[in-house]
Design a protein around this ligand. Structure first.
Ligand code: MRU
Length: 356
């Protein structure tokens, strides 16, 4: 998608380096960063220079290629794979991508490891782009149906950033929105700010602006009253881990939006590529929920009147804070899953039928 009218993907390989858009600097600065070693890739995932389940999967895949470039000894690659998997705990795409890379490299001769690793990492990214495009084509049907009934702007609420910046391109939750916009359907997006890291305000609103899609940032607690007023036609969110029973784990606060949507009969869709499905864990309570540094809550970063980026403390110095990064929305609150293969019910039968 576009930034200042130029097409980008979120990650690519060039001059023996992995290039990423540093998402900790958006929306105020657009900086392309080089990752030269697997440690750089691990760090980029940990400090969230790259984030969003599909993109951290893509970065981990390229991380394995960087490891092979540094040292193609299988032991080094194995140790690097473990570090990549541990860099963030919740999104299953990380392990999925690393396992796929290791599997591909398992019977490859030493002098071919780098080439095959680079090819497979690119394949993982190309596939994600293709899947996200299909999610868009499939999800477009839902938006179109609402528009045909309403004959007026379709108001869509989204949480966090499940946009193209969270994937390789298109996004998951945003892909149907981009497709609707391209087709000339009038859409407007309510963007949850998404405290504490503000991925909605900093990333979703930014990328929608770059594509000229009307959007309004709202405080995270505003969605409920908008739904009661009839100002939300549908919600679409992403997911970091989808269980085979249809439960979805996504950015903290998603569950509360799903409850509000349920209470107000607003359709609540979750968009995902199949790389986000965890076929092993059976219950939401067993998903590892990332707990991040409480400084992400107590401090806020922004631009001052001299265009300088500043970080300030907003809490009482003595206060304790807790920063759980994800929550689980039970399948019963999910109207449907929008996948690359089509739209299905959030249930084990429907998921099995579609993917197994
Ligand atoms: O902590 P983040 O910014 O990595 O969280 C991202 C999300 O919660 C997204 O909704 C999810 O990864 C799906 S991205 C298509």
């Amino acid at each position: 998608m576009k930034i200042q009218n130029k097409e980008y993907r979120t990650i690519w390989f060039e001059d023996n380096m992995v290039k990423i858009i540093d998402q900790t600097k958006l929306p105020h600065q657009f900086i392309i960063k080089d990752l030269r070693t697997v440690k750089d890739a691990v760090n980029a995932i940990k400090i969230m220079e790259v984030r969003g389940a599909p993109l951290i999967g893509g970065t981990a895949a390229y991380g394995i290629a960087l490891a092979a470039q540094e040292n193609n000894d299988p032991e080094f690659i194995k140790k690097s794979a473990e570090e990549l998997i541990q860099s963030r705990p919740t999104a299953i795409n990380l392990k999925w991508a690393v396992d796929r890379m290791l599997n591909k490299l398992s019977s490859v001769k030493n002098d071919e490891v780098l080439n095959i690793a680079l090819k497979e990492a690119k394949e993982i990214c190309d596939e994600d782009e293709k899947f996200c495009e299909s999610i868009g084509i499939n999800g477009l049907e839902i938006i179109e149906k609402i528009y045909n009934n309403k004959k007026d702007t379709v108001n869509i609420l989204t949480h966090c950033n499940a946009g193209w910046l969270a994937t390789i391109n298109w996004g998951t939750a945003t892909s149907p929105i981009y497709h609707a916009h391209k087709k000339g359907i009038p859409v407007h997006v309510w963007v949850d700010e998404t405290r504490p890291r503000n991925q909605g305000a900093n990333l979703t609103s930014y990328e929608l602006n770059e594509e000229n899609i009307p959007n309004t940032i709202i405080a995270d607690n505003t969605g409920g009253i908008l739904m009661q007023r009839g100002d939300v036609d549908m919600c679409i969110v992403g997911t970091d881990r989808t269980l085979s029973n249809g439960d979805v784990c996504n950015k903290i606060g998603t569950y509360l939006k799903a409850l509000a949507a349920h209470d107000n009969n607003v359709p609540f869709y979750v968009a995902l590529p199949s790389s986000t499905i965890d076929w092993e864990i059976k219950e939401g309570k067993d998903i590892p929920i990332e707990e991040r540094n409480s400084e992400e809550l107590s401090h806020v970063e922004g631009m001052d009147e001299n265009n300088e980026i500043k970080k300030v403390l907003i809490y009482p110095k003595k206060s304790k804070a807790m920063n759980l990064a994800f929550d689980v929305t039970p399948a019963k609150y999910v109207t449907g899953l929008i996948t690359e293969k089509g739209i299905c019910e959030a249930s084990s039968d429907a998921l099995k039928k579609m993917f197994k």
